[in-house]
Design a protein around this ligand. Structure first.
Ligand SMILES: Nc1ncnc2c1ncn2[C@@H]1O[C@H](COP(=O)(O)OP(=O)(O)OP(=O)(O)O)[C@@H](O)[C@H]1O
Ligand SMILES: [Mg+2]
Length: 355
Protein backbone atom coordinates (compact mmCIF):
# COMPACT_ATOMS: atom_id res chain seq x y z
CA UNK A 1 0.00 0.00 0.00
CA UNK A 2 2.83 2.31 0.95
CA UNK A 3 4.35 1.78 -2.50
CA UNK A 4 1.06 2.75 -4.09
CA UNK A 5 0.97 6.05 -2.13
CA UNK A 6 4.61 6.78 -2.98
CA UNK A 7 3.92 6.08 -6.66
CA UNK A 8 0.93 8.44 -6.58
CA UNK A 9 3.00 11.24 -4.90
CA UNK A 10 5.87 10.82 -7.34
CA UNK A 11 3.50 10.77 -10.30
CA UNK A 12 1.78 13.93 -8.97
CA UNK A 13 5.13 15.67 -8.55
CA UNK A 14 6.22 14.67 -12.05
CA UNK A 15 2.99 15.66 -13.71
CA UNK A 16 2.95 18.94 -11.71
CA UNK A 17 6.47 19.84 -12.85
CA UNK A 18 5.77 19.03 -16.48
CA UNK A 19 2.50 20.98 -16.49
CA UNK A 20 4.09 23.97 -14.69
CA UNK A 21 6.84 24.05 -17.33
CA UNK A 22 4.23 23.75 -20.06
CA UNK A 23 2.35 26.72 -18.55
CA UNK A 24 5.28 28.96 -19.37
CA UNK A 25 4.55 28.56 -23.04
CA UNK A 26 1.09 30.12 -22.66
CA UNK A 27 1.13 33.50 -24.43
CA UNK A 28 -0.31 35.87 -21.79
CA UNK A 29 0.21 36.46 -18.06
CA UNK A 30 -3.57 36.14 -17.67
CA UNK A 31 -3.60 32.61 -19.18
CA UNK A 32 -0.52 31.57 -17.23
CA UNK A 33 -2.11 32.66 -13.95
CA UNK A 34 -5.38 30.92 -14.77
CA UNK A 35 -3.50 27.77 -15.71
CA UNK A 36 -1.54 27.94 -12.47
CA UNK A 37 -4.71 28.36 -10.39
CA UNK A 38 -6.33 25.37 -12.13
CA UNK A 39 -3.21 23.28 -11.73
CA UNK A 40 -2.79 24.23 -8.07
CA UNK A 41 -6.27 22.93 -7.25
CA UNK A 42 -6.86 20.12 -9.72
CA UNK A 43 -3.56 18.36 -9.24
CA UNK A 44 -3.83 17.81 -5.44
CA UNK A 45 -7.48 16.85 -5.85
CA UNK A 46 -6.62 14.36 -8.56
CA UNK A 47 -3.92 12.97 -6.28
CA UNK A 48 -6.38 12.69 -3.39
CA UNK A 49 -8.91 10.92 -5.61
CA UNK A 50 -6.24 8.60 -6.98
CA UNK A 51 -4.92 7.84 -3.49
CA UNK A 52 -8.49 7.23 -2.32
CA UNK A 53 -8.98 4.83 -5.18
CA UNK A 54 -5.64 3.15 -4.56
CA UNK A 55 -6.00 2.93 -0.79
CA UNK A 56 -9.70 2.63 -0.02
CA UNK A 57 -11.27 1.69 -3.36
CA UNK A 58 -13.62 4.66 -3.16
CA UNK A 59 -13.03 6.04 -6.68
CA UNK A 60 -16.76 6.49 -7.24
CA UNK A 61 -17.40 8.76 -4.28
CA UNK A 62 -19.73 11.42 -5.74
CA UNK A 63 -19.28 13.80 -2.80
CA UNK A 64 -15.51 14.00 -3.31
CA UNK A 65 -16.10 14.66 -7.00
CA UNK A 66 -18.57 17.46 -6.22
CA UNK A 67 -16.19 19.09 -3.72
CA UNK A 68 -13.30 18.84 -6.15
CA UNK A 69 -15.37 20.31 -9.00
CA UNK A 70 -16.57 23.19 -6.79
CA UNK A 71 -13.11 24.08 -5.51
CA UNK A 72 -11.60 23.83 -8.99
CA UNK A 73 -14.29 26.21 -10.31
CA UNK A 74 -13.68 28.63 -7.41
CA UNK A 75 -9.93 28.55 -8.06
CA UNK A 76 -10.46 29.19 -11.76
CA UNK A 77 -12.75 32.15 -11.08
CA UNK A 78 -10.26 33.50 -8.53
CA UNK A 79 -7.40 33.05 -11.01
CA UNK A 80 -9.39 34.75 -13.74
CA UNK A 81 -10.23 37.77 -11.55
CA UNK A 82 -6.61 38.06 -10.40
CA UNK A 83 -5.32 37.68 -13.95
CA UNK A 84 -7.72 40.36 -15.16
CA UNK A 85 -6.56 42.85 -12.56
CA UNK A 86 -2.84 42.15 -13.16
CA UNK A 87 -3.28 42.27 -16.92
CA UNK A 88 -5.29 45.50 -16.51
CA UNK A 89 -2.45 47.28 -14.69
CA UNK A 90 0.11 45.99 -17.23
CA UNK A 91 -2.20 47.20 -20.01
CA UNK A 92 -2.22 50.71 -18.55
CA UNK A 93 1.61 50.83 -18.60
CA UNK A 94 1.56 49.46 -22.15
CA UNK A 95 -0.94 52.11 -23.28
CA UNK A 96 1.27 54.82 -21.75
CA UNK A 97 4.34 53.46 -23.53
CA UNK A 98 2.48 53.39 -26.85
CA UNK A 99 1.41 57.01 -26.32
CA UNK A 100 5.03 57.91 -25.50
CA UNK A 101 6.31 56.18 -28.61
CA UNK A 102 3.80 58.23 -30.64
CA UNK A 103 5.35 61.42 -29.29
CA UNK A 104 3.21 62.28 -26.25
CA UNK A 105 6.00 63.04 -23.77
CA UNK A 106 3.61 64.18 -21.03
CA UNK A 107 1.97 60.76 -20.65
CA UNK A 108 2.48 58.94 -17.33
CA UNK A 109 1.36 55.44 -16.25
CA UNK A 110 -0.70 55.02 -13.04
CA UNK A 111 1.63 53.67 -10.35
CA UNK A 112 -0.96 51.22 -8.99
CA UNK A 113 -1.52 47.45 -9.00
CA UNK A 114 0.78 44.75 -7.67
CA UNK A 115 4.23 45.86 -6.46
CA UNK A 116 6.12 44.62 -9.53
CA UNK A 117 3.77 46.38 -11.95
CA UNK A 118 3.78 49.56 -9.83
CA UNK A 119 7.61 49.46 -9.85
CA UNK A 120 7.59 49.04 -13.61
CA UNK A 121 5.19 51.99 -13.95
CA UNK A 122 7.44 54.08 -11.69
CA UNK A 123 10.53 53.31 -13.79
CA UNK A 124 8.56 54.04 -16.95
CA UNK A 125 7.42 57.40 -15.53
CA UNK A 126 10.96 58.26 -14.56
CA UNK A 127 12.13 57.48 -18.08
CA UNK A 128 9.30 59.55 -19.58
CA UNK A 129 10.13 62.50 -17.29
CA UNK A 130 13.82 62.32 -18.27
CA UNK A 131 12.91 62.18 -21.94
CA UNK A 132 10.61 65.18 -21.55
CA UNK A 133 13.35 67.14 -19.80
CA UNK A 134 15.83 66.19 -22.52
CA UNK A 135 13.49 67.28 -25.30
CA UNK A 136 12.71 70.55 -23.52
CA UNK A 137 16.45 71.21 -23.18
CA UNK A 138 16.96 70.46 -26.90
CA UNK A 139 14.09 72.75 -27.87
CA UNK A 140 15.48 75.52 -25.70
CA UNK A 141 18.95 74.98 -27.12
CA UNK A 142 17.74 75.32 -30.70
CA UNK A 143 15.65 78.37 -29.78
CA UNK A 144 18.56 80.17 -28.07
CA UNK A 145 21.03 79.15 -30.76
CA UNK A 146 18.82 80.52 -33.51
CA UNK A 147 18.18 83.68 -31.50
CA UNK A 148 21.88 84.26 -30.95
CA UNK A 149 22.71 83.52 -34.58
CA UNK A 150 19.89 85.64 -35.94
CA UNK A 151 20.76 88.82 -34.05
CA UNK A 152 24.26 89.38 -35.50
CA UNK A 153 23.07 88.24 -38.92
CA UNK A 154 20.28 90.84 -38.84
CA UNK A 155 22.76 93.50 -37.74
CA UNK A 156 25.11 92.61 -40.59
CA UNK A 157 22.28 92.63 -43.10
CA UNK A 158 21.17 96.08 -41.95
CA UNK A 159 24.73 97.42 -42.29
CA UNK A 160 25.16 95.88 -45.74
CA UNK A 161 21.85 97.36 -46.91
CA UNK A 162 22.89 100.77 -45.63
CA UNK A 163 26.16 100.42 -47.57
CA UNK A 164 24.33 99.29 -50.72
CA UNK A 165 21.99 102.28 -50.49
CA UNK A 166 24.96 104.60 -50.13
CA UNK A 167 23.80 105.72 -46.66
CA UNK A 168 27.21 105.04 -45.14
CA UNK A 169 30.83 104.62 -46.12
CA UNK A 170 32.37 101.10 -45.91
CA UNK A 171 34.97 102.41 -43.46
CA UNK A 172 32.17 103.33 -41.03
CA UNK A 173 30.86 99.82 -40.80
CA UNK A 174 33.92 97.66 -41.36
CA UNK A 175 34.97 97.42 -37.67
CA UNK A 176 31.40 96.63 -36.61
CA UNK A 177 31.04 94.03 -39.35
CA UNK A 178 34.32 92.46 -38.22
CA UNK A 179 33.04 92.32 -34.62
CA UNK A 180 29.83 90.63 -35.68
CA UNK A 181 31.71 88.05 -37.76
CA UNK A 182 34.10 87.34 -34.85
CA UNK A 183 31.14 86.94 -32.47
CA UNK A 184 29.41 84.59 -34.89
CA UNK A 185 32.57 82.55 -35.36
CA UNK A 186 33.00 82.17 -31.58
CA UNK A 187 29.38 81.11 -31.18
CA UNK A 188 29.57 78.55 -33.98
CA UNK A 189 32.86 77.22 -32.54
CA UNK A 190 31.22 76.88 -29.11
CA UNK A 191 28.20 75.08 -30.58
CA UNK A 192 30.52 72.76 -32.47
CA UNK A 193 32.51 72.03 -29.31
CA UNK A 194 29.29 71.25 -27.43
CA UNK A 195 28.17 68.92 -30.21
CA UNK A 196 31.52 67.12 -29.99
CA UNK A 197 31.23 66.83 -26.20
CA UNK A 198 27.70 65.40 -26.58
CA UNK A 199 28.84 62.92 -29.20
CA UNK A 200 31.83 61.88 -27.05
CA UNK A 201 33.98 62.80 -30.05
CA UNK A 202 36.48 65.06 -28.28
CA UNK A 203 40.10 64.53 -29.15
CA UNK A 204 41.84 64.82 -25.80
CA UNK A 205 45.60 64.72 -25.68
CA UNK A 206 46.01 63.94 -22.01
CA UNK A 207 49.41 64.73 -20.55
CA UNK A 208 50.86 64.48 -17.08
CA UNK A 209 52.06 67.94 -16.20
CA UNK A 210 51.99 70.75 -13.67
CA UNK A 211 49.53 73.56 -14.29
CA UNK A 212 51.86 76.55 -14.02
CA UNK A 213 52.22 77.07 -17.80
CA UNK A 214 48.50 76.87 -18.41
CA UNK A 215 47.75 79.28 -15.58
CA UNK A 216 50.34 81.86 -16.66
CA UNK A 217 49.22 81.76 -20.28
CA UNK A 218 45.59 82.35 -19.20
CA UNK A 219 46.59 85.16 -16.88
CA UNK A 220 48.50 86.79 -19.73
CA UNK A 221 45.38 86.57 -21.85
CA UNK A 222 43.30 88.61 -19.40
CA UNK A 223 46.04 90.83 -17.94
CA UNK A 224 45.31 93.80 -20.20
CA UNK A 225 41.61 93.88 -19.33
CA UNK A 226 42.33 93.44 -15.64
CA UNK A 227 44.86 96.28 -15.69
CA UNK A 228 42.47 98.52 -17.55
CA UNK A 229 39.80 97.97 -14.92
CA UNK A 230 42.27 98.09 -12.01
CA UNK A 231 41.46 94.55 -10.95
CA UNK A 232 44.36 92.76 -9.30
CA UNK A 233 45.17 89.32 -10.65
CA UNK A 234 46.81 87.00 -8.14
CA UNK A 235 48.16 83.51 -8.71
CA UNK A 236 49.37 80.94 -6.21
CA UNK A 237 50.40 77.82 -8.09
CA UNK A 238 51.91 74.73 -6.49
CA UNK A 239 54.06 73.57 -9.43
CA UNK A 240 54.82 70.25 -7.74
CA UNK A 241 51.20 69.13 -8.14
CA UNK A 242 51.08 67.11 -11.36
CA UNK A 243 47.74 66.34 -12.98
CA UNK A 244 46.70 64.37 -16.04
CA UNK A 245 44.87 66.73 -18.39
CA UNK A 246 44.60 68.10 -21.92
CA UNK A 247 46.39 71.47 -21.67
CA UNK A 248 44.50 73.32 -24.42
CA UNK A 249 41.12 72.21 -23.00
CA UNK A 250 42.01 73.19 -19.44
CA UNK A 251 43.28 76.51 -20.80
CA UNK A 252 39.93 77.08 -22.42
CA UNK A 253 38.10 76.27 -19.17
CA UNK A 254 40.33 78.47 -17.07
CA UNK A 255 40.14 81.35 -19.53
CA UNK A 256 36.34 81.24 -19.42
CA UNK A 257 36.41 81.21 -15.60
CA UNK A 258 38.80 84.21 -15.59
CA UNK A 259 36.79 86.16 -18.18
CA UNK A 260 33.61 85.47 -16.18
CA UNK A 261 35.32 86.50 -12.93
CA UNK A 262 36.56 89.78 -14.49
CA UNK A 263 33.11 90.48 -15.93
CA UNK A 264 31.52 90.12 -12.52
CA UNK A 265 34.15 91.93 -10.46
CA UNK A 266 33.89 95.70 -10.03
CA UNK A 267 36.92 97.92 -10.53
CA UNK A 268 39.50 97.78 -7.73
CA UNK A 269 38.45 94.25 -6.92
CA UNK A 270 40.61 91.16 -7.24
CA UNK A 271 40.62 87.78 -8.95
CA UNK A 272 42.77 84.98 -7.53
CA UNK A 273 43.81 81.68 -9.07
CA UNK A 274 45.09 78.94 -6.79
CA UNK A 275 46.46 75.51 -7.73
CA UNK A 276 47.07 72.98 -4.95
CA UNK A 277 46.94 69.24 -4.32
CA UNK A 278 43.75 67.95 -2.71
CA UNK A 279 43.53 64.22 -1.90
CA UNK A 280 43.88 62.39 -5.21
CA UNK A 281 43.21 65.51 -7.29
CA UNK A 282 44.81 68.78 -8.21
CA UNK A 283 42.44 71.57 -7.27
CA UNK A 284 42.28 74.78 -9.30
CA UNK A 285 40.20 77.58 -7.80
CA UNK A 286 39.24 80.91 -9.32
CA UNK A 287 37.88 83.33 -6.74
CA UNK A 288 36.58 86.82 -7.37
CA UNK A 289 35.32 89.72 -5.30
CA UNK A 290 32.22 90.27 -7.41
CA UNK A 291 28.55 90.09 -6.50
CA UNK A 292 28.65 86.30 -6.09
CA UNK A 293 26.12 83.80 -7.31
CA UNK A 294 22.37 84.04 -6.82
CA UNK A 295 20.50 80.90 -5.85
CA UNK A 296 19.27 80.54 -9.43
CA UNK A 297 22.77 81.05 -10.84
CA UNK A 298 24.17 78.32 -8.57
CA UNK A 299 21.50 75.96 -9.80
CA UNK A 300 21.51 76.80 -13.49
CA UNK A 301 24.72 78.42 -14.65
CA UNK A 302 26.16 75.21 -16.08
CA UNK A 303 23.11 74.94 -18.38
CA UNK A 304 23.56 75.86 -22.01
CA UNK A 305 22.67 79.46 -22.88
CA UNK A 306 21.79 80.31 -19.29
CA UNK A 307 22.86 83.83 -18.27
CA UNK A 308 21.83 85.72 -15.17
CA UNK A 309 20.99 89.00 -16.89
CA UNK A 310 17.56 88.60 -18.42
CA UNK A 311 18.25 91.38 -20.92
CA UNK A 312 20.61 88.87 -22.57
CA UNK A 313 22.61 91.89 -23.56
CA UNK A 314 25.16 90.04 -25.63
CA UNK A 315 28.33 89.94 -23.56
CA UNK A 316 28.46 86.16 -23.73
CA UNK A 317 26.35 83.41 -25.16
CA UNK A 318 26.02 81.53 -21.86
CA UNK A 319 27.85 78.52 -23.25
CA UNK A 320 31.19 78.94 -21.48
CA UNK A 321 30.36 77.03 -18.28
CA UNK A 322 28.40 74.31 -20.11
CA UNK A 323 31.46 73.70 -22.28
CA UNK A 324 33.75 73.93 -19.23
CA UNK A 325 31.76 71.22 -17.44
CA UNK A 326 31.78 68.98 -20.53
CA UNK A 327 35.53 69.41 -21.02
CA UNK A 328 36.44 68.88 -17.36
CA UNK A 329 34.26 65.79 -17.02
CA UNK A 330 35.67 64.34 -20.25
CA UNK A 331 39.10 64.48 -18.57
CA UNK A 332 37.81 62.66 -15.48
CA UNK A 333 37.54 65.86 -13.45
CA UNK A 334 34.82 67.79 -11.63
CA UNK A 335 33.82 71.46 -11.75
CA UNK A 336 31.75 73.21 -9.08
CA UNK A 337 30.86 76.71 -7.99
CA UNK A 338 29.79 78.31 -4.75
CA UNK A 339 29.90 81.62 -2.94
CA UNK A 340 33.11 82.37 -1.11
CA UNK A 341 33.31 83.55 2.50
CA UNK A 342 33.71 87.16 1.31
CA UNK A 343 30.67 86.95 -0.96
CA UNK A 344 32.33 86.61 -4.38
CA UNK A 345 32.07 83.49 -6.54
CA UNK A 346 34.51 80.58 -6.16
CA UNK A 347 34.86 78.13 -9.03
CA UNK A 348 36.69 74.88 -8.31
CA UNK A 349 38.04 72.46 -10.90
CA UNK A 350 39.46 69.13 -9.73
CA UNK A 351 41.68 67.21 -12.15
CA UNK A 352 42.99 63.70 -11.53
CA UNK A 353 46.39 63.89 -9.84
CA UNK A 354 49.35 61.86 -11.08
CA UNK A 355 51.57 60.10 -8.55
N1 LIG B 1 32.23 84.71 -11.44
C1 LIG B 1 30.90 84.83 -11.60
N2 LIG B 1 30.18 85.64 -10.75
C2 LIG B 1 28.84 85.77 -10.90
N3 LIG B 1 28.12 85.16 -11.88
C3 LIG B 1 28.77 84.36 -12.74
C4 LIG B 1 30.20 84.18 -12.65
N4 LIG B 1 30.56 83.33 -13.64
C5 LIG B 1 29.43 83.03 -14.32
N5 LIG B 1 28.36 83.65 -13.79
C6 LIG B 1 26.97 83.57 -14.27
O1 LIG B 1 26.82 82.37 -15.02
C7 LIG B 1 26.37 82.68 -16.35
C8 LIG B 1 26.89 81.65 -17.31
O2 LIG B 1 28.29 81.77 -17.50
P1 LIG B 1 28.93 81.23 -18.84
O3 LIG B 1 30.41 81.37 -18.77
O4 LIG B 1 28.37 79.88 -19.11
O5 LIG B 1 28.31 82.19 -19.93
P2 LIG B 1 28.72 83.66 -20.34
O6 LIG B 1 30.00 84.02 -19.67
O7 LIG B 1 27.53 84.52 -20.07
O8 LIG B 1 28.90 83.51 -21.90
P3 LIG B 1 30.14 82.79 -22.67
O9 LIG B 1 30.99 82.16 -21.63
O10 LIG B 1 29.46 81.81 -23.55
O11 LIG B 1 30.82 83.88 -23.40
C9 LIG B 1 26.88 84.08 -16.59
O12 LIG B 1 26.11 84.72 -17.59
C10 LIG B 1 26.69 84.71 -15.22
O13 LIG B 1 25.36 85.13 -15.07
MG1 LIG C 1 31.69 82.79 -19.80
Amino acid sequence: MIWGAAAVSLATLGVGLVLALALRSLPTVRMQLMGLATLAVCLPLAAVLLSGWVMFHMGDDVKILAVSAASATAAMIGGFVLARSIAGSIDRVREASIALSHGDLTVRAPESGPAEVADMAESFNEMAANLEELFDARRELVAWASHDLRTPLANMQAMLEALEDGLAEPADYLPALGDQVRGLTLLVDDLFELARIDAGALTLELRASALDDVVSSCLQGVAAEAAQRRISLDADVDASAVARFAPEKVERVLLNLLVNALRHTPSDGSVAVRVEPDDDAVRVTVEDTGEGLSEEAERRMFERFWRADSARSARGAGLGLAIARGLVEAQGGVIEAENGPQGGAVFTVRLPMVG
